[in-house]
Design a protein around this ligand. Sequence first.
Ligand SMILES: Nc1ncnc2c1ncn2[C@@H]1O[C@H](COP(=O)(O)OP(=O)(O)OP(=O)(O)O)[C@@H](O)[C@H]1O
Ligand SMILES: [Mg+2]
Length: 240
Amino acid sequence: MAGLSIRDVGHVYDDGTRSLDGASLDLAAGEVVAVVGPSGCGKSTLLRIVAGLATPTTGAIDAPAARIGVVFQQPTLLPWRTVRRNVSLPLDLRGVRDDASVDAALHDVGLGDAHDKLPRQLSGGMQMRTAVARALVDRPELVLLDEPFAAVDEMLRERLNDLFLRLRDSRGFSAIFVTHSVAEAVFVSDKVAVMSPRPGRVAGVVDVPFGRTRQSDLRYAPEFARVCGRVSALVRTADA
Ligand SMILES: Nc1ncnc2c1ncn2[C@@H]1O[C@H](COP(=O)(O)OP(=O)(O)OP(=O)(O)O)[C@@H](O)[C@H]1O
Ligand SMILES: [Mg+2]
């Protein structure tokens, strides 16, 4: 588990586009924060900075986690590798052979039986679960998810959100989960950070008071709707 502090981060692309300006966010060890905000406000840029794939122009990330797993919007699987060999990729790149960790990751996402299939033989949900297993195989302290389930239908997204919460519980990682869906943000997180339009900063944070164990039908509870309402109101204020 790892906490993280994003301190007043600004970022300017080479062409002069200011993507972030004074973005601050704290993440406690084991905490999941969801990030919502208008398209182009710098959510993906912020994740890339936390992942160490981009450098902030101003500000800093304090105590970045040693091991980070990333799940992108598309599964981005290698078509010629089996499920098992896609999942083992982060280990292969480090020159590590660890069949037990690959088996555990496949088991945890429910893909134990599909380990020798190729990506084209999988459903969309199985492809995303392969991408999640790949992000988890190296036992990351911090998992970054950039609209991971945006391309799947609503019913499947709910099942993948349930899976995410089970994995978070059993593996104990911290996570930053970017999404366009307010309901998804509230369901998967301990708090929701709402970003302002570009150049983005965190306009406000809404606490999600539901504890770690959540049943699917929480989505239809009045208190769930109330928290979603608070997030939506903040989105509207930040966008004004
Ligand atoms: N390589 C780049 N060069 C210049 N500008 C860029 C580059 N990548 C992104 N941008 C700009 O930076 C801003 C932030 O981009 P980013 O991808 O972080 O937004 P986002 O919040 O993830 O959007 P979305 O919700 O659509 O995924 C956008 O206005 C985008 O046009
Ligand atoms: Mg993005």
